[in-house]
Design a protein around this ligand. Sequence first.
Ligand SMILES: Cc1cc2nc3c(=O)[nH]c(=O)nc-3n(C[C@H](O)[C@H](O)[C@H](O)COP(=O)(O)OP(=O)(O)OC[C@H]3O[C@@H](n4cnc5c(N)ncnc54)[C@H](O)[C@@H]3O)c2cc1C
Length: 391
Amino acid sequence: MSKSYDAIIIGAGIMGCCTAFELAKKGLKVVVLDKTRIGEGPTGESSAIIRQHYSNELTARMAQYSLKVFQEFEEQIGEGCGFNATGFVVLVPASDRAGLEANIAVQRGIGINTRMISVEDLRELMPFLDTADMVAAAYEPDSGYVDPYLTVNAYARAARRLGTDVFQNTTVSSILFDAGKVTGVRTVDAVFYAPVVVNCTGAWGAQVAAMVGVTLPIDACRVQVSLLRRPPGHEAPHPVVVDLVHASYFRSDAGGVTVAGLIDPAEAKNIVDPDNYRKQTDFEFVSDLGERLTKRYPALEHSEILEGFASLYAVTPDWHPIMDEIPPASGFFQCSGFSGHGFKLAPAVGVMTVDMIIGTPDPGLDHRAFRLSRFEEGKAIHGSYEFSILG
Ligand SMILES: Cc1cc2nc3c(=O)[nH]c(=O)nc-3n(C[C@H](O)[C@H](O)[C@H](O)COP(=O)(O)OP(=O)(O)OC[C@H]3O[C@@H](n4cnc5c(N)ncnc54)[C@H](O)[C@@H]3O)c2cc1C
């Protein structure tokens, strides 16, 4: 089989599906190819926390743009994404207080609805938290989480309604080039032709780029998630909490469940083969995370521990993605390496990727900050926290 398109997207995670939808909106005939199924990789396993708290303006703007899309999802995409605006709080130790205040000023400066709150305010919001050690907190009332699987499938269906083809269980095995320009991709039993190919393969991003000799600094890192059923009396949903004191996060889910994980930069050291890693959680992780959580939310000691899982972050040296045309002027575009915090940015990424391919970058949402050469130019994007995942 062979077929021609305007653009081929490799990867049907959230980035591939958002990009397909945005390209199709511009009238392009698009095909999305995934070696598994839509959202079956890290996207479907994402904690999908939607917050705007970033310490640099570009990602804060991307999160702000994207939140609006999640809020208006049915209207814009045509069906629900399971958005729950539970609110979001970030708790910081003394060493991060000044940084937190500065970040809140940046976020408020671009119109994000966020504010510093006192320990008393926090106790009112979440009376079950232990706040004895806590120095400062900020609160975003509009943030929360979405259902990642629902969201990615909604984007895929919306793209299909605009004429996009999505082929699942279809592994791209090589990228076709002629005279320095991309011409298509080959799978086991087919060839797809297009003058534009977009690499949206997340933790496989370096593997796919290597098919044409391009080296991308993206590591597939194993990360773990625990699920707990909160004890009686704690069934009501709680705000999302990112706790910098105990380097952990937790958010509620349907059925009185809490989804939790670490924000420890050490996770970037767990480099694995993305096609062969242990999917079950480790006992040490579950007990370490449990200790951190119960220090902050003591009643969780009486939770029922449900089965967790391990998944992958696609980590770059500065924990920000690579969005670039590489090789230059080749038609082969990179859009991978979202380093554990990409879900909330995806609606903006879709628009920025279209600008990268056929448009002009919006000054507020300019993908060029994510060019590959930033690392050798000394222009890597550094946030103000020691926890890179917070940006
Ligand atoms: C446990 C966990 C928790 C997270 N929590 C949050 C959060 O709370 N908030 C947030 O904003 N972000 C979060 N993230 C990050 C976010 O989920 C990711 O940044 C995002 O889902 C990455 O999407 P993607 O489309 O780039 O990649 P992926 O979802 O990895 O999709 C890549 C796709 O490419 C396909 N593929 C690979 N190679 C090939 C090939 N050769 N041919 C065809 N297809 C191929 C794969 O099968 C896969 O489906 C979390 C991530 C994880 C793992």
